[in-house]
Design a protein around this ligand. Structure first.
Ligand SMILES: C[S@@+](CC[C@H](N)C(=O)[O-])C[C@H]1O[C@@H](n2cnc3c(N)ncnc32)[C@H](O)[C@@H]1O
Length: 236
């Protein structure tokens, strides 16, 4: 029984998109979802700066780096190390987005990003509600990072397993971007609640507010450090 289920799962995983990705030397079938989204919403331009959250095994970076070309910058973040050979204008880091800050990535790219992508997904537990909740949390973190890492007018793509907070997330997207849409890619597996939220044109006031908050936090950290070193020097 378990063997039959295993074979069925394997057959579902090794679907035509999986086989096509293998033949075309892409790291994952997910590449076709980004290609579809990008063709429809025209997000990634030559020379663009792209931040890819949840980038492993690397197919979105393969697509994005081909679109940006060598004058672009693609920066990927994931819990897992990317082992794929990628062009020189791609950089990756192993980090948990909940603890990661985009300052070094922005410095590497030379300016804020034109596009932030998030294909992040939690390790699924089989409990639909809890998987959806954790996926929504990852999307919220991706949006938080996007609000400080994107340039005003920049674009966002974020994956989420559609759950109870989906309408609120869509509202949040509408407040942050001039144009916000939800989209289910054609290559989505049957029965999946996976949706992508697409935002075009980060609103200037959102970007400015995110920058103001980041600056305040950085200043508070610097002041705390200074106080700690003065206390240390006074032997307290
Ligand atoms: C569906 S995969 C991404 C596939 C990728 N877009 C590609 O095309 O190759 C989702 C990724 O999200 C990553 N992820 C999940 N939670 C994360 C977190 N807190 N910080 C960083 N990455 C995370 C996982 O490690 C996993 O590699």
């Amino acid at each position: 029984m378990a063997r039959r289920r295993k074979l069925k799962d394997r057959a579902a995983r090794h679907d035509p998109a999986y086989k096509r990705a293998k033949q075309e030397n892409f790291a994952a079938r997910a590449i076709y979802k980004l290609e579809e989204i990008d063709k429809r919403f025209r997000l990634i331009k030559p020379r663009a700066r792209v931040l890819d959250l949840g980038c492993w095994p690397g197919s979105w970076m393969q697509y994005a780096s081909a679109k940006t070309g060598p004058e672009g910058h693609v920066y990927g973040v994931d819990l897992r190390a990317v082992e794929l050979a990628l062009p020189g204008w791609v950089e990756t880091v192993v980090a948990d987005v909940n603890e990661w800050r985009p300052d070094a990535a922005i410095a590497w790219a030379g300016a804020r990003f034109d596009v932030v992508l998030s294909d992040m997904a939690p390790q699924t537990t089989g409990d639909r509600n809890s998987d959806q909740w954790r996926s929504e949390e990852l999307l919220l973190r991706a949006l938080e990072l996007a609000s400080c890492a994107l340039r005003p007018g920049g674009h966002f793509v974020g994956k989420v397993f559609q759950g109870g907070r989906f309408p609120a997330l869509r509202e949040r997207m509408r407040a942050s971007f001039q144009e916000a849409k939800s989209y289910q890619a054609k290559n989505t597996r049957a029965g999946s609640s996976e949706q992508y939220l697409i935002g075009r044109g980060l609103r200037v006031n959102i970007a400015a507010e995110a920058r103001r908050q980041a600056d305040t936090k950085a200043q508070e950290r610097a002041e705390a450090q200074e106080r700690a070193s003065v206390d240390g020097a006074n032997g307290e």
